[in-house]
Design a protein around this ligand. Structure first.
Ligand SMILES: [Zn+2]
Length: 453
């Protein structure tokens, strides 16, 4: 029975479809090896980081308004792209840039500058529909062209040198602001246009908003455009898509809610840019780089005597002449003269990072590639088996020119898996020509290091 019903339904669809729009562009979910919970997990972490770093516009009426528009759009997402697991949240960032972004799992942030720049609610909703589409198509955790997942590329360069690739802590926000691919952009435009029409807006307002944003940039490329590159002909193909969609004859444009919110934003004291806010918050935390302020100079050999470092479940024997620099998910040990604003030239980094792959080997490879990429390192060896933290793990050697010493440095990255699936890593760093004299110290560290719980 069911079979016949389905076929009949199909027939009736074919008959009805031409009236609704025969040439709508088809959007299909990109390949994604991550479980849907991954989106919620990484998005949630990044969202709390964003909330901690950026001020929100704390105005109940504006909050209620952005939530009302957001939910209208989220509810209009075509059923095949809905994720009941997601619980979309909408917030207004008190920042002047014309920007908006979505984190995996559907945390949506619209900058105050975006609301101030929009000509009507339709334009603002257009950007939001585009962002919701990125979240629903799971672009943040999907396989990007050529580079694994967007999240896999999270190795981060801070201050020109390596301080390790932090998990979605200090650098998660910057990592998630990396541009989407043009293919993903087009998908978000097409699905966004569809959502607009289904929610009672005119999809052409999404196209119009691109012109509005570009016009407001004042010569420089607005942040939103740089992270959402134009796949080409964006304005035209969105308008063409709109002509295929059933658009309300009386679409939502200017609303009292929009006018009130816009007037309110414009009446507030001038907002800072996101970059200014981020810089200031780093200043308060003493810089993202825990070794900042150190002076590079002559570096003595590792002491033959050792001390045991014990903190937060981590225990390790380190040369007694090395200092420690603990931060959120990592601790660095380095001798005098070897640490400073550009990271370390001699020493070790020990920490935990999220796994971004379907198994340990793949996750570790993504992690290593992130570090190599952000430090301009080449691979110097194949992966070899090792023991770390009492478990089987992998090790690999990378290296390249240090911009501090201007000498070649050798970096060995060790990793093994923790019970929760995260990667426990130890990274050893020394100039290539001193590698032999540092070998015993590194060996002792690898042998003694333990992370419990
Ligand atoms: Zn986009």
């Amino acid at each position: 029975m069911k079979k016949y019903l389905t076929i009949w339904t199909l027939f009736s669809l074919v008959l009805i479809l031409p009236l609704v729009g025969i040439a709508q562009t088809k959007v299909s979910m990109p390949k994604n090896k991550n479980n849907i919970n991954k989106d919620i997990e990484v998005g949630g972490k990044a969202a709390s980081e964003v909330d901690r770093t950026f001020p929100m516009v704390n105005d109940r009426v504006s909050e209620a308004y952005i939530n009302e528009v957001g939910m209208r759009l989220a509810n209009a997402v075509p059923p095949e792209f809905q994720h009941p697991e997601f619980n979309c949240k909408f917030k207004i960032v008190n920042a002047s840039d014309i920007n908006a972004f979505a984190l995996p799992g559907c945390w949506l942030y619209v900058n105050r500058g975006m609301i101030e720049a929009a000509h009507n609610e339709g334009e603002m909703a257009g950007v939001m529909a585009h962002e919701i589409s990125h979240a629903m198509l799971r672009h943040g955790t999907a396989q990007g062209p050529g580079l694994g997942t967007q999240l896999g590329a999270l190795g981060v360069l801070i201050g020109g040198a390596m301080i390790g690739a932090p998990e979605l802590g200090a650098a998660g926000y910057a990592g998630l602001m990396t541009p989407y691919s043009r293919a993903f952009e087009k998908q978000a435009d097409i699905l966004g246009a569809n959502i607009m029409a289904r929610a009672g807006y005119d999809p052409r307002d999404l196209a119009n908003m691109f012109k509005t944003i570009a016009g407001e940039g004042g010569g420089r490329t607005p942040e939103w455009i740089s992270t959402h590159p134009d796949p080409g002909n964006r304005y035209n193909y969105i308008n063409q898509e709109a002509s295929m969609l059933r658009v309300s004859p009386n679409p939502i444009k200017i609303t009292p809610g929009f006018q009130r919110a816009q007037n309110f934003m414009r009446s507030l004291p001038k907002a800072k840019t996101m970059e200014q806010i981020e810089k200031e918050s780093q200043g308060q935390q003493g810089g993202q780089n825990p070794t900042a302020g150190g002076r590079y100079g002559n570096v003595g050999l590792p002491s033959a005597s050792y001390r045991t470092y014990n903190n937060g479940g981590l225990s390790v024997n380190v040369p007694s002449n090395w200092r420690e620099f603990p931060s959120q998910s990592e601790v660095i040990f380095s001798p005098e003269g070897a640490y400073g604003d550009d990271g370390i030239t001699h020493g070790v980094m020990i920490g935990v990072t999220q796994a971004n792959g379907s198994n340990f080997q793949q996750s570790f490879d993504n992690y290593v590639k992130g570090i190599a990429q952000s430090n301009n390192y080449q691979m110097k060896s194949n992966y070899s088996n090792t023991t770390l933290n009492g478990r089987n793990g992998l090790a690999v050697v990378v290296g390249g020119r240090s911009n501090v010493t201007n000498r070649n440095e050798l970096v060995t990255i060790y990793g093994s898996q923790l019970n929760n699936g995260s990667i426990f890593y130890v990274i050893t760093v020394s100039p290539e020509d001193q590698a032999t004299s540092y070998q015993p110290a590194f060996r002792n560290i690898i042998r003694s290091v333990r992370l419990n719980g």
